[in-house]
Design a protein around this ligand. Structure first.
Ligand code: DQA
Length: 148
């Protein structure tokens, strides 16, 4: 059976392409979804790719991934910096967790420097745009192969 990675995206990421392109680039979320599908295919993984503006929906999807996925790639967007609920949900998961941000959050406003998600993530990739998502898939595949 193909191993599934859940790729979860938080608020306002549905607006990628037109949202502050000088920060987030011109690719749309659907472009990123396509990149992830291609990369997952090459790695022999399948992906579930979702976006929500609603915190509780992201919590529910993390709970689902806990039972069905070998890894979670999460860009919780603004909830990264505020959501104890998302952190608590991630803390229930045994699978690999990689946090991704399109922008380099450490070069930006100080309120973006704190990440609740980082407390639960195995690793974090930021500042590389959509490449961060495919690198995160590579990382999960490599860790699966190595058994860690
Ligand atoms: C973001 C960074 C967050 O600070 C911001 O709220 C976002 C997107 C990123 O991908 O760079 O919505 O997660």
């Amino acid at each position: 059976m193909t191993k599934t990675v859940a790729i979860l995206n938080g608020p306002n990421l549905n607006l990628l392409g037109t949202r502050e392109p000088e920060i987030y680039g011109s690719e749309t979320l659907s472009d990123i979804q396509q990149l992830c599908a291609q990369k997952a295919d090459a790695l022999g993984l399948s992906v579930v790719f979702k976006q929500s503006n609603i915190e509780g929906e992201l919590v529910t999807w993390i709970q689902e991934a806990k039972d069905n996925a070998v890894g979670i790639i999460i860009n919780a967007a603004a909830y990264t910096h505020t959501s104890v609920a998302i952190l608590d949900a991630l803390n229930t998961c045994d699978c690999r967790i990689i946090e991704v941000h399109l922008s380099n959050i450490h070069q930006r406003e100080s309120f973006r420097h704190k990440s609740y998600v980082s407390r639960a993530a195995d690793g974090m990739i930021c500042g590389l745009g959509s490449i961060g998502y495919t690198l995160a898939l590579d990382a999960i595949a490599a860790r699966l192969t190595r058994g860690d």
